[in-house]
Design a protein around this ligand. Sequence first.
Ligand SMILES: [Zn+2]
Ligand SMILES: [Zn+2]
Ligand SMILES: [Zn+2]
Ligand SMILES: [Zn+2]
Length: 342
Amino acid sequence: MSDKKCTSCENKLEHTKTDDTSSINDNIDQNIVQDNNTDNNFSLEASVEICANCGKEDAKNICNKCKSVKYCNAACKKRHRSKHKKACDRRVAELHDIELFKQPSQLIDDCPICFLRLPFLGTGRRYQSCCGKVICCGCIFAMDKVYNRGKKKVDLCPFCRTPTPRSDDDIVRRLHKRMEVDDEKAVTLIGNHYSHGMHGLSRDYAKALELWHQAAELGSAEAYFSIGNAYYNGRGVEMDKKKAFHYWVIAAMKGCSYARCRLGIFDDNAGNMERAIKHYMIALECGYNDSLNKIKQLYSNGKVTKNEYTQALRTYQKYLSEVRSSQRDEAAVYSETYKYIE
Ligand SMILES: [Zn+2]
Ligand SMILES: [Zn+2]
Ligand SMILES: [Zn+2]
Ligand SMILES: [Zn+2]
């Protein structure tokens, strides 16, 4: 095994930190318009199918950007383009924001053994490369207790009872096996291992990026985040901060709290407080306490109201009440690696 502490294999999915986020404020998607004054004609035009250019009825040719106005034909669409452009961009930005700030549905997972909500990614949970399950530290600790009380130590997966991997080779071989069944977490993890040069794999950023793309296609929000980081740091690919931002947006929309918090920081630095708080709150609902710290900081700087701060505290309390269990507490006391509340 490598000396470096692995935070992923049979452990948690790791969080690849990047720094210097403040220098890329200007990468905030310029298309996101703050103005909420919508063009009232939109809905009317779209619903009665009147051509936005000539006013004739039965218009079927829809604006493929905003999908909110219709035309008789391509010629009318072309003629109306310059007039419509501003409103169209505004509508596109609004639609983008509706999607962006929607709470992703698959954010909350339960432990398949104790059925309690899993602690936040990166704390108190472990991916099992045998069965692909993510198990809470409490259940892993409970399994240890049953099998290792005064006996020879046997480490078994609490879910499928497979012995835990004994060597780097074992770890990598199992992850590859999980890859064969399109396990997005396994693919992401191998990518992480290549990126860090762990478990006998030599560091290879290009290979890591390739694997993250593969995992992203399988639906991994964390993989999208890592791709963003790769672009941000120019690892395995030419540095491109716009692309980094693009991938972080996708990651956030898919439920990655690290990416979500990062978007919050962008808006925070750009002075878009309302948007920043929205991002921080979404990340906080997943239990990401860095978000709470951000809101706390804003509160002490007078940029967040007492009400908003109270709301944030309540949200975090709700998360804590859902993840707390005596078994997990016992595990956390037993070992730092089982800690689940930061
Ligand atoms: Zn027309
Ligand atoms: Zn349009
Ligand atoms: Zn559990
Ligand atoms: Zn298992």
